[in-house]
Ligand binder design. Structure first.
Ligand code: MLC
Ligand code: AMP
Length: 505
């Protein structure tokens, strides 16, 4: 059979072990799956979605728990040429409504528990059909796919065709759909597989959520390209990770995972004896975590840096020194460090990292102006991350020019929370900043000025208001009521003062 490597799924299938009965997925909470089952089940789901009227290029929005069936749904979308649109399970109705209206998907798959609510949103957004998939992999998607043929001719797309749209919040408060092509994902997967020396016999221990770049692309793609078995955990839990580690060789995590593993005395050199590689990213790994990890386990965490729009951009070396506080060297993309105005800064100076390469996305969905504003005329994408290249040639992410807080690996854009709080009755205005947090790295904190129309309004009222409508990780861990926000002579809110104040509290 002809295999087109411009379809990401075809590339994966070409790398699956020739003995298709080998195990692809296993785990303490799931039944084992063979590669043969992954291939046939993804064929069935691809047939079902096609029969329901989804055509190549159509979007499939997915908000479901972490199951192997959800991974298969992703593969089925690739096979049918559909554009996979994963959504964080923490998102609430108001957030989902925006994504559905913006992306106008043909199909949506959700948890049966939210079916009634999603149906209403889907109808107004013109979604043709809503299917369900629960935390055990059951639901109308699985049931209906059962009746479909177990073989499917994978769509022969071009590498420029979209494989996925991942929404990332913006500094203006409106989420933007980053359009990722098959070629974007293929090039980055190959770069990582190569850079991290994946080898025969590797087993990936997977504990990340599968609706973001890290768990969905970085982790799964490396394992698929290697034809590796995946020990699939439905969520991160330090105890379960420690129990499963002896069967694995590779583990990927956000810094919070490593902080939590180190907090457990059962996390020892012995528990890690079979391991080859630990990688970290999505947020800065503190030097103290990096050092404590090597002292405890004898392993040196490999920190890498990336983002939704480009996948992985830099990585510490597999062979050679992995340095704390650095993100290593560029992968297969060109990078440069420039001022806000676009002038390349001198070596050693801090500037904003700009990147260009096959991994860089095609643009923001239906937002040509925003896309244009974030690219230079010569095609470099402006990451918004402040970066410095040391005299040792290692790259260091030293801050962000974008107003962004990263909590436990999830991005929170203050503007979105501020706009939401500002609409609360009794609120005049608000300002949201990040504060150091021992578990999540950073925590969201809000400063709020009331307008006097709701006497007795408390900080807890504000927290409850946000909790009701926005994803839980966006809810401020603390709210302070102020008489006024600190402003400079130009009237601009002084977030630096607020950050200092939050840190001192
Ligand atoms: C949970 N909570 C958080 C939070 N996660 N608060 C802030 N930030 C977070 N990340 C809060 C909940 O609101 C809740 O509060 C309480 O913690 C318990 O919720 P939980 O769901 O039980 O938490 P837990 O399962 O412990 O989740 C923590 C976590 C999870 C670290 C395991 O957040 C996680 O899996 N993070 C990984 C994120 C990730 O994959 N990022 C990659 C993005 S890709 P309350 O008050 O309601 O009780 C990317 C590109 C790149 O960035 O470079 O990789
Ligand atoms: P996201 O939009 O969720 O893909 O988040 C991407 C952002 O996470 C980047 O722009 C960085 O700000 C941050 N990030 C990812 N990896 C690292 C890292 N290793 N160190 C510091 N920041 C990181």
């Amino acid at each position: 059979m002809y295999m087109s490597n411009t379809n990401l799924y075809s590339l994966f299938e070409s790398r699956f072990p020739s003995d298709r009965h080998q195990t692809a997925f296993e785990g303490p909470d799931i039944q084992p799956w063979s590669f043969a089952e992954i291939i046939s089940k993804s064929a069935q789901m691809a047939h079902l979605m096609t029969e329901l009227g989804a055509k190549p290029g159509d979007r499939v929005a997915v908000q479901v728990g972490k199951t192997v069936e959800a991974v298969i749904l992703y593969l089925a979308c690739l096979r049918a040429g559909l554009v996979y649109l994963p959504l964080n399970t923490a998102y609430k109705a108001a957030e989902i409504e925006y994504f559905l209206r913006d992306a106008s998907p043909t199909l949506m798959v959700c948890d049966p528990a939210s079916l009634d609510e999603i149906r209403v949103l889907a109808r107004t957004a013109g979604v043709k059909e809503v299917l369900t998939l629960d935390g055990d992999g059951k639901g109308s998607l699985s049931d209906r796919a059962e009746a479909s043929p177990t073989t499917f001719e994978t769509y022969n797309n071009t590498g420029e065709d979209l494989a996925a749209i991942l929404y990332t919040s913006g500094t203006t408060g409106r989420s933007k759909g980053a359009m990722l092509t098959h070629d974007n994902l293929i090039s980055n997967a190959k770069s990582l597989h190569n850079a991290w020396h994946f080898e025969a016999g590797d087993v990936l221990l997977h504990a990340l959520p599968i609706f973001h770049v890290h768990g969905l692309f970085v982790a799964l793609h490396c394992a698929f390209l290697n034809g590796s078995k995946i020990i699939f955990l439905t969520k991160f839990d330090a105890k379960t990770v420690i129990e499963q580690l002896p069967k694995a060789t590779v583990f990927m995590g956000v810094p919070t995972f490593y902080v939590r593993l180190l907090a457990d005395p059962a996390f020892t050199t012995e528990a890690c004896h079979n391991m080859r590689l630990f990688t970290a990213g999505s947020a800065p790994l503190l030097e103290e975590t990096f050092n404590a990890f090597s002292e405890r386990t004898g392993h040196v965490i490999l920190e890498r840096y990336g983002m939704t729009e480009a996948g992985m951009i830099t990585t510490n070396p597999y062979e050679g020194l992995r340095k704390a506080g650095t993100v290593g060297f560029p992968l297969d993309n060109d990078v440069r460090i420039a001022s806000e105005g676009g002038e390349i800064v001198a070596d050693g100076e801090i500037g904003i990292l700009e990147i260009k390469g096959p991994n860089v996305f095609k643009g923001y969905w239906k937002m040509p102006e925003k896309t244009a504003a974030e690219f230079r005329a010569d095609g470099y994408f402006i990451t918004g991350d402040m970066c410095q290249k040391g005299s040792d040639d290692y790259y260091r992410i030293v801050g962000r020019s974008k107003d962004l807080v990263i909590c436990g690996g999830y991005n929170v854009y203050p503007k979105e929370i501020e706009s939401f709080i500002d609409e609360m009755p009794g609120i005049e205005e608000s300002a949201v900043v990040g504060r150091a947090h021992p578990d999540f790295g950073e925590a969201v904190v809000a400063f709020v000025v009331t307008d006097g129309t709701m006497p007795g309004l408390t900080a807890d009222d504000v927290i409850l208001y946000v909790k009701e409508k926005l994803a839980n990780f966006k809810v401020p861990k603390q709210v302070y009521l102020l008489d006024q926000l600190p402003r400079n002579a130009m009237g601009k809110v002084q977030k630096k003062d607020l950050r200092e104040r939050a840190a001192a509290e």
